[in-house]
Design a protein around this ligand. Structure first.
Ligand code: TYM
Length: 355
């Protein structure tokens, strides 16, 4: 019996523009984690097609997200950057998880309800099974930790439920084959094939809100481009969007408690703290009592300082198509080798004949 080592997996959909929420909630944390973990970062193109995507745009966005990962500081030589459809194990394991997970589990997912809207019967079957593919992304590498923004929490709980049910359904067989790994489940030490993955939801900006409405998440699909700062925005666009960000007429309060009920102010303070790498308390100590006419220009300067170099680097890397192709090809090969080892064991556990 072995003990599972920490391994990080996370993913981004190649749909629309990457924005400040993706950066502060996910990518930036990945860059920190890569120093002391083995990491896989994936452009999840098969998740993207659970809703309609224009093929040429999907292709373009897949390359752009890979370039963004490298531009943000992911070391693609040391770690693995790849696109999901390059590794068949994701879809293969997702099918098996479709047979382990229950329909009721999927029906309860708030993201499915939001995305499917009122016309659920007409949503793709893939959209309903989305979390099962997400569990497969993570577990085909037996990843132990998944750094994400707050909106992915429910999907990661489901990933644990799927892993636990698989481990339990096949526990005798896993034991007979000697494929179990010792792991911690709450206070208990249990033995299973798939780890019970921990979410890493970290920092002052795990849920960045729209710049036009502090009660709505900043999102790729918001029709208003003013609602988000795209990672490709230039200095003028970044400054303009912060200048135009919705606020209330009051000055900033002197303490964090005063932010309650003021979602736009709270959001901008969180963004400042995350970009500056300081606590929200320190932001309040510096700007408490000041007007937005003072705070917004300081935030715009900080955002330009931190984000404009990433946009420039993204353009430089995206222009070198051969390099991006090589990163994805190499990443896909290395990821594929790990996934295939897992799938071989999974087929044996389940009793599938395979090849
Ligand atoms: P996606 O593509 O919507 O977002 C990518 C990452 O960005 C985070 N994020 C945010 N964080 C803070 N504030 C926001 N406004 C904000 N918007 C997005 C997301 O939490 C995410 O970490 N289902 C996933 C992709 C995925 C995945 C996986 C993630 C597929 N398989 C396996 C982790 C592990 C998604 O749609 O992310």
């Amino acid at each position: 019996m072995t003990t599972s080592l920490p391994r990080i997996f996370s993913g981004v959909q190649p749909t629309g523009n990457l924005h400040l929420g993706n950066y502060l909630g996910a990518l930036r944390n990945w860059v920190k984690l890569q120093h002391d973990h083995e990491c896989l970062f994936c452009v999840v193109d098969q998740h993207a097609i659970t809703t309609w995507q224009d093929p040429a745009e999907l292709h373009r966005a897949t390359l752009e997200v890979a370039a963004a990962m490298v531009a943000c500081g992911i070391d693609a030589g040391k770690h693995i950057v790849f696109n999901q459809s390059a590794v068949p194990g994701h879809a293969q394991l997702a099918w098996i998880f479709n047979c382990v997970a229950r329909i009721g589990w999927m029906n309860r997912m708030t993201q499915f309800k939001d995305k499917a809207g009122k016309d659920r019967e007409n949503a793709s079957l893939g959209l309903l099974a989305y979390p099962s593919l997400m569990a497969a992304d993570i577990l085909v590498y037996r990843a132990t930790h998944v750094p994400v923004g707050d909106d992915q929490k429910q999907h990661l709980e489901l990933t644990r439920d799927i892993a636990a049910k698989f481990n339990n359904d096949f526990s005798a067989r896993i034991g007979d084959l000697g494929l179990g790994v010792e792991m911690q489940a709450g206070d208990e030490t249990v033995n299973g094939f798939f780890p019970l993955t921990e979410p890493l939801i970290d920092g002052p900006a795990t849920r960045v809100m729209s710049l036009r409405d502090g009660t709505k998440k900043m999102s790729k699909s918001d029709p208003s481009d003013l609602s988000r700062i795209n990672l490709t925005d230039d200095e003028d666009a970044i400054s303009k969007k912060i200048r135009k960000a919705k606020t209330d007429p009051e000055p900033l309060p002197s303490g964090l408690d005063g932010l309650k009920g003021r979602p736009e102010a709270e959001n901008l303070v969180g963004i400042y703290a995350a970009l500056a790498g300081i606590s929200r308390e320190r932001v309040m100590a510096e700007f408490g009592g000041q007007q937005f006419s003072v705070f917004k220009p300081a935030l715009a300067d900080l955002a330009v300082e931190k984000l404009a170099p990433i946009a420039a680097e993204m353009r430089r890397i995206s222009d070198d198509r051969a390099y991006v192709d090589a990163v994805l090809r190499d990443g896909g090969e290395r990821a594929g080798a790990i996934a295939e080892r897992t799938m071989k064991d999974v087929r044996e556990i389940i009793g599938l004949l395979g090849d």
